[in-house]
Each structure stands twice: as structure tokens, then as C-alpha cells.
Ligand binder design. Sequence first.
Ligand code: GLY
Ligand code: MN
Ligand code: MN
Length: 441
Amino acid sequence: MTSAQWPILYRQHLTTMQDRAASALARAGLDHLVVPSGTLHYQFFDDRDYPYAVNPQFKAWLPLTRNPGSWLVYTPGARPKLVYLQPRDYWHVVPKAPSGYWTTHFDIVVVRKEEEALQHLPADPSRCAILGEPQSALGDYVPGNPAAVVDYLEYHRAYKTPYEIAMMREATRRGVRGHRAAERAFRAGASEFGIHLAYCQAAGQDANDLPYGNIVALNEHGAVLHYMDRDRLPPSPVRSFLIDAGASHDGYACDITRTYSANSGDEFQALVDAVDAAQLRMCAQVRAGVDYRQLHLDAHLALAGILRDFGIVSLSPESALETGVSSAFFPHGIGHGIGLQVHDVAGFAASESGGTIDKPPGHPYLRLTRTLEPGMVVTIEPGIYFIEMLLEELRAGPHAAAVDWARVDAFRPYGGIRIEDDVVCTDGEPVNLTREGFAAG
Ligand code: GLY
Ligand code: MN
Ligand code: MN
């Protein structure tokens, strides 16, 4: 797949978006889909804005992520229309004139002021499904986000088009460059802050573009699932490194985690290698017809087997899962859908018209309960962590004797392990975008 094919893939993608929109509108008995790109958000009592985050419903149609104040209008049977805000403003960089392979598919109207968009929206707002945040309201065009439309679009968004997978491959290419640079910086003795900068430099992205805040954790910090601090000095000694960092391309995300020991011959690296091998087996389970909840429960069994093999827990994997002991070491879900959003929507959707598929009891943090089908892209991110709070609870509970606390103490200074790839479900073998990316880069 080369970028030369993107225009063809994009055209097919747009057809899919139009078909989905037509079905969604028919369900709601509405005539037009109207999607504002979103607005800037300001800090309270301040005039500073947060990094702009485009409305995902907008970027689903267009590779535009830096255009606040624009509007997409789609009326089934007509060409999609883009009302493109290009303000006259000498304080900020204004969006360039529309350009790129996508432009030929839209009727484009350039406006200079936000209010000017009004005259280019459908005449009767009550006939529109307006999808957006409340701040995007313009006159009578107030986002109502009708459930019949949103549920339908979000449910179907789980099935990626070939164009979307191409965009995620491109995001992965960037992410892999960042991860390679981060590992080099770690091996060279950089601090968390230094590693983060090396990542951003190599990925060519920062808070404006990254799909989520980088998690760059040395030693015990690997035990904080969403560790967002970045120490300016490296610890001494440096033992381990967990990095969960992604990248984006034209609005699509990758989500990648790797863990390394400072000493490739030590037992922590052996534990990392065991999780890595188990993770690959889990990735191989990403197949059509597999219930993702089962994949999560199987992951517990696999990780509990590793805990037993390393002499950390003496229970059988089945008892470790049943008693909740495995959850003390693996306290999050096995993964989630990914695409336009790093945690993609509709993870629990029972159908295109709503409903919820429950999580397995005792597993509150699983974000995806659907059965896998071709086109879905999911992360597979098992981990083993040594988290003080959870270890204290385990030690005070009825299963304390099933744990070798001396072994726990030996691993505690390394924090934790997570290995995370993004995997496409197909009608045959799964495609691991992340491993492909590392193999190519
Ligand atoms: N990077 C957040 C996650 O892995 O879900
Ligand atoms: Mn993830
Ligand atoms: Mn992640």
C-alpha cells in the first residue's frame, strides 16, 4: 500500500460515509447531516486556549484536523458540502485554502467569519441531524445529537474502511519512529522528560497532534497506569522503562506500548519477554467471531500462568482469575477499539440502534465487549504491574498466602510491564499494524 492509492481509498471511504449517513438519517426521519468541526476551548478566567480537538464526527469525513468553525453538510443524493472557515486574522496561522485529493468530492464554500456559515447551511434546522458539541451552536443550528443517528454512526464506525486502516498504518509509522528514538534515549540515560522530547522530535508531533498524552515511565513509575509526570532527572539506578505513546495521521491514531529492562540479561527482561510472547498469542486471537470479553478473560489466564511460572503467585491460573488475584497484577482491560479516537466509541454497543453488552462481572475497566468482526481494529495490551495500592489490598485479603512477597519485592522496583499493539480483524489472519510497523522501520 502506497500513498498513491490513498485518493482511491478515500473515495471509497467517502461512499461508505455517505451510505451510513443516509441510513442513519432515514432511521431518524431527518433530511440532512450537519457536522460542525468544533471550536476552541478556553481556560477558565483566562484567554489561553487548549489544543484544538476536532469533532470526531467531522474528521470521519475529512482529513482536516485544524479547522475550527467549519461545517460539513450532507444531504443524501447530493454532493457533500464543506463550509470552510478561513478567517482574516493576523494573530494566528489561518488554514490554507482547501487543497488535497479530498477536495474534488465536495462543494466547498469558503467563509471569512463564523456567522457567515449560517447562510450555507440547510434552510430548516429542524430537518437536520446536527452532530457536535454545544459550543458549536450557531443561531438556530444547535447540535441535538439525535440518538438514532449517533448510535448508528458510532456502531458502524467500529468497522474501518481500507482508507482508515491506511491512515492508521501511517500513524503507526510515525509512532514507531518515536518509540525507536525513545528506546535510544532510555539506553543513553535520558530522564523521562528527555525521553519524551526525543519521542516528540522523532514522531514529529507534540500535544497539538498526539492522540493522547505520552506515558513515559522509569522504574516504579511504570506501576502508575496513566503516569503523566515527567521527571527532569533520571533516577539512579535506572532499571526499567515503560512507554505508552502514539501518533496520529489525518485524524487517525495509533496506540503503542513497549517495556524494556535496562539490563537485558535480568529477570525483569525475562518477565517482559514472557508477557511479549503471551501478547503475540493474544493478538493471534483477533479473529472474526471471537467475543472480545473472552479474549480479556483468556488474557487473565495467560498472565496468571506467567505469574505462577515466575514464582510470584502459587495459584492455578483459573483460581487466580476466579479469586481476583490476577486483577491485582492486571487491573485494566485487555484493550479497546481504536481509530479516529484512541479509545474508539461504541465499545459496548449491542446493535446499530443502541443497547449495551455488559462487561464480565468483576472486570469494570474493560472498554470493549463486542464480538470481533472484519474491519474492527483493536488494541491488545496485557500487562503485569506491581502497584502499591493493589498489593496492600491483596496482602490484607484472604489470598495473601498465595503470593510470594519476596518475589513481589524483587520486581516492585521495576514498576510494571505493558505491551500494546493495534490489530486489525480480517476474514482470515489478523493484521498487526504495530508489529508490521516495527518490522518495516
Ligand atoms: N494509551 C492509553 C491506552 O493504552 O489505552
Ligand atoms: Mn490502549
Ligand atoms: Mn496505550
